[in-house]
Design a protein around this ligand. Structure first.
Ligand code: THG
Length: 568
């Protein structure tokens, strides 16, 4: 009996097989024919390819189901055979893999995009993947491999779909990158890795597009932001045109030139993409023998919260700069913005997104809660608008679970949800959304008993939230505690208690922290002075991120000065 897959890749490096499409073409697949239909019409041919890779030493056999989605099969009038084609793909691979090799069920992109880039809703996209993944898992696949994705939002929908069907089947998520180091839709490897880990992929990496040198560069960038096992599935070099035909120039020797370096990065699965053959796979297998196969690779330091957008990413906590969250997309006290929200307009949102980012915000808070509006619809409009206007990762600020879920479906990357509290009802409604859609979350240190007066009391609520977060399967580094700023105009003891709570949360729980800073000065004269003094004190106490108005010069000046003084 073979080991569980995730345990196996901890112990040793596994070899995944090589290209399928080119092998099928050499064996009778005609132009214009669906490769996946061969699972039904010529299963022996498909089995023959698997057999060659198994003989070459592949530990993982990848099914011939890459284009097995409704969207792809419908190009060939095969949308009625989704179940049959995918189940047959797994059965054929299993026959060759037997009980000693693993069967990885291949799932490729649909060729369409999620709104607003494309015209499918997040739910429609996830539904297409559910329809394909269901028969793959039912037929007994050992793992799912998501290959050649170009759009992180589509890849996120795919992982969400797999996780709805199975909480524990191992999932590989791979995007394809250009030689400029980004996916076609502008995603850098770090943002891809952060997004895929957030939503629950077990192994991340890259396939296709580049030769092994290019894939090595991509995986090196991913390793800065994740500790997960990595996978390398390179082409046999970059394709060239020779006598009117596309050929892949990479020899088996070229493919193993980076083996040692890949192992040093913590690559635990090595395979081939376009242009690779059983000879390439055999060379990869042989190059592993006698090598140190212990898990290596220096991931990021523990305790850092990573967030992403389609084209950017940020690390919060650790020794990073205090992350600045722009607070201005919030109708509180803003009549004109409230009126726009009611009319469904987004011009204020677009302008504030650009101006706050230009002023130095690293993240943007989006709060569209106002009386008399459909907040979920407004949240979707706002997320689409901000994602189109600027590159910064997002903070979704709402007390409505419906609006949060809509925002989570609308965003491209890994967002920060603002917020959950220590109340049982809030934890029960919000944490499942964080887990499902792959986000981080702000925990407010208050519960059914209100806001504890003392720092000690707030640290206890923080601990309760941490426990619930862990029980929900969310990593502790994706929880950021808000120790709550209350105005000092009424009670001057309050500022100190907030600072005490920050210290306790950091020392006892090792968690990251956030504050909405400006509330400290509410109702007082010369607010910027008081707010910025409190900001500096909170940074010294260990604050990791702050919700502020980045267009307020006193706050930005304080932030710059404090970063200088703290050597950050
Ligand atoms: N913690 C968390 N989230 C938060 C807060 C917090 N979200 C909301 C708030 N506090 C932070 N955001 C704002 C947004 C606007 C203002 C203050 C904090 C603000 N508005 C002006 C006013 O009310 O006077 C309106 C005037 C204007 O700016 O035009 O100050 O603590 N997790």
């Amino acid at each position: 009996m073979k080991q569980p897959f995730l345990k196996a890749i901890r112990d040793r490096v596994l070899v995944l097989d090589g290209a399928m499409g080119t092998m099928l073409q050499e064996r009778g697949l005609k132009p214009g024919q669906s490769p996946e239909e061969l699972n039904l019409t010529m299963p022996e041919v498909v089995a023959g390819v698997h057999r060659e890779y198994a003989a070459a030493g592949a530990d993982i056999i990848v099914t011939n189901t890459f284009g097995g989605s409704r969207e792809k099969l419908s190009h060939y009038g095969l949308e009625g055979k989704i179940r049959e084609i995918n189940a047959a793909g797994v059965a054929i691979a299993r026959k060759i893999a037997g009980e000693s090799a693993y069967v990885a069920a291949s799932v490729g992109p649909t060729g369409r995009f999620v709104e607003p880039v494309g015209d499918l809703s997040f739910d429609e996209m996830a539904d297409i993947f559910r329809e394909q993944v269901h028969p793959l898992i039912e037929a007994g696949a050992d793992l799912i491999t998501l290959e050649t994705f170009l759009d992180i939002k589509e890849a996120r929908a795919a992982v969400v779909a797999v996780r709805e069907i199975s909480k524990d089947i191992p999932v590989i998520a791979m995007l394809t990158f250009d030689d400029n180091g980004r996916s076609v839709l502008g995603t850098p490897p770090e943002a891809a890795a952060i997004t895929m880990e957030g939503v629950g992929a077990d192994i991340i990496g890259s396939n296709c597009g580049l030769g092994v040198d290019g894939i090595y560069a991509i995986l090196s960038a991913m390793r800065k932001v994740t500790r997960l096992p990595l996978i390398s599935q390179a082409n046999a070099g970059l394709p060239i045109l020779k006598d009117g035909k596309t050929v892949f120039p990479g020899t088996p020797e070229d493919m193993i030139a980076y083996h040692e370096r890949l192992l040093g990065l913590g690559v635990r699965i090595i395979g081939g993409c376009c242009g690779t053959t059983p000879a390439h796979i055999k060379a990869m297998r042989e190059a592993l023998s006698g090598k140190d196969q212990s898990f290596r690779g220096n991931g990021p330091p523990p305790g850092v919260t990573f967030l992403s957008s389609r084209s950017s990413w940020i690390a919060v906590g650790g020794n990073n700069q205090v992350a600045l969250i722009g607070e201005r997309i919030n109708p509180t006290g803003k009549k004109a913005f409230s009126a726009e929200l009611k009319e469904g307009k987004v011009s204020y949102i677009r302008r504030e997104a650009m101006e706050q980012t230009a002023a130095g915000a690293h993240l943007l808070d989006i709060n569209v809660g106002a009386p008399g509006i459909d907040e979920a619809a407004a949240m979707e409009r706002a997320v689409f608008c901000v994602s189109g206007a600027v590159n910064t990762p997002l903070v979704l600020d709402s007390s409505s679970p419906e609006a949060l879920e809509k925002g989570l479906k609308s965003a491209d990357g890994k967002v920060l949800v603002n917020s959950v509290s220590g109340e049982a009802k809030s934890l029960a409604r919000v944490l499942p959304l964080i887990k499902k859609y792959g986000a981080a979350v702000i925990g407010l240190t208050l519960d059914e008993g209100g806001i504890p007066e003392t720092g000690e009391g707030r640290a206890l609520v923080a601990e309760k939230i941490l426990l619930a977060v862990s029980n929900a399967g969310i990593p502790a580094h994706d929880l950021i505690l808000d120790c709550l700023t209350l105005t000092v105009s009424a009670e001057q003891e309050r500022a100190r208690e907030t600072l005490t709570a920050i210290r306790l949360v950091k020392e006892r729980l090792g968690l990251n922290t956030v504050l909405g800073v400006s509330n400290i000065s509410f109702g007082l004269p010369r607010r910027p002075l008081i707010s910025s003094a409190f900001f500096a004190m909170a940074i010294e106490a260990g604050l990791d991120s702050a919700i502020i108005n980045p267009k307020e010069e006193a706050m930005m000046g304080t932030w710059r000065s404090a970063m200088e003084l703290m050597n950050r």
